[in-house]
Write a new protein. Sequence first.
Length: 194
Amino acid sequence: MKEIIRQALASRTRITLKESGYKESAVLVPIYEKDGHCHIVFTQRTSHLNHHKGEISFPGGGRHPDDRDLQVTALRESREEIGLKEEDVEVLGTLDDAVTVTSLYCITPFVGLIPYPYEFNPDPFEVQEVFSFSHADLMHRAKITIEDQVIDGHTITIHTYEIGGRIIWGATAWILSNFFEIVGPLNGAHRKNG
């Protein structure tokens, strides 16, 4: 699994965005292998945060002035938010940049392999819960919708995954779709829209 993902990410030209007025940020898409299947880790944000309160997301945030690069940002934020130590992450590559229209972030997503099992230590101020879904379940069981919406005068494509009583949408769902598009089915999974 690890080498399939690494090669898929490396064998393409990544789409980078430099949007005027957007803040540089990065997220980590943490994945692990369990029983031969790829699992993707998400966080549920707390309801009192300024941006994206209560939403499902990947650990990450804005680049600090002392961050050497955006990979450092993604790893630092993952440590701060969910207690994932930098030395426990094997970065496999980078997905395409994504933007958030309402909060004006330009996000660089890094895919990182982590050990399983892992004892997360979420920051209770930022993270309500850490959970995961298998790659196959997200592709097979999720109800996936894709539609264009106008937000703040911009027409954007909204991806939504509904699974296990949870709704993954916005930039997180777009990043997830980008991961599936680049990596393709793993473990014989095939995408199904429902």
